[in-house]
Design a protein around this ligand. Structure first.
Ligand SMILES: [Zn+2]
Length: 232
């Protein structure tokens, strides 16, 4: 019983530290305003609480000054120079990303994904030779994200222009993902292009980027007609 109490107290202690850290409730008495500013900025990042931010900043202080310089330069350059591919909206260094400008890819097959993490996950399977269309999110009324906040209009325009023969829906199988798929499907239904969705080797509710390469690769090869997925 004593052991249980010790384990219980440890668990609750850990839980409260985690909770307070994540929620930035931690009150810290800084000896340096410069340190406090740096910690405050780092703790704005998702999943980084004040304690973690302090640990990261103290780590940087222990490293050679060049390390911090390279980090800040890389971030500044990223924010200043990074582009969105004008064709697929993927993050790119150039107007047209490497995938869209690759003449060996099949431009008539387009895979609809949420963001660059999904592009990277599918590319790592080496099973797909078409192009992508990056929506930049999913329709989510709860989070205030509507179709107008996503790159849906440009996708529908590509379909209208006859540029696409097959559209593969590869959004994660969540309520928001399914809603987004269905919304796009209804917009392009009249254009009689082939629509498919990745086979459900991907578990319902799973985010695409966490699927292993083999499962994701097979899911693309064994894609099924979209209409079958919404009836099933
Ligand atoms: Zn592109």
């Amino acid at each position: 019983m004593k052991d249980f109490n010790v384990i219980g107290y440890c668990f609750y202690g850990f839980f409260y530290v985690f909770l307070f850290d994540c929620c930035n409730f931690v009150v810290m008495d800084f000896s340096s305003k410069l340190l406090e500013n740096a910690v405050n900025e780092v703790s704005r990042l998702p999943g980084i609480g004040k304690r973690t931010a302090l640990r990261l900043v103290l780590h940087l202080l222990k490293q050679p000054k060049e390390h911090t310089k390279f980090l800040t330069e890389a971030l500044t350059q990223l924010r200043g120079e990074v582009k969105s591919c004008k064709k697929c909206h993927n993050i790119s260094d150039t107007e047209l990303c490497d995938i869209c400008s690759n003449m060996n890819r099949n431009a008539e097959v387009v895979c609809v994904v949420e963001d660059i993490r999904d592009v990277m996950a599918i590319e790592s399977t080496a099973q797909y030779r078409g192009l992508y269309h990056v929506l930049g999110g999913k329709i989510s009324p709860i989070e205030g994200v509507g179709p107008q906040n996503l790159h849906i209009e440009s996708l529908i325009e590509k379909v209208k222009q006859g540029e696409i023969k097959e559209l593969i829906f590869a959004l994660s199988s969540t309520m928001e993902g399914d809603t987004t798929n269905f919304y796009i499907y209804k917009q392009i239904e009249a254009y009689k292009i082939t629509t498919s969705t990745i086979a459900r080797g991907i578990s319902v509710g799973d985010e695409l980027e966490y699927a292993d390469e083999v499962t994701l690769g097979r899911s693309i090869l064994n894609r099924i007609p979209f209409i079958q997925s919404i009836r099933g």
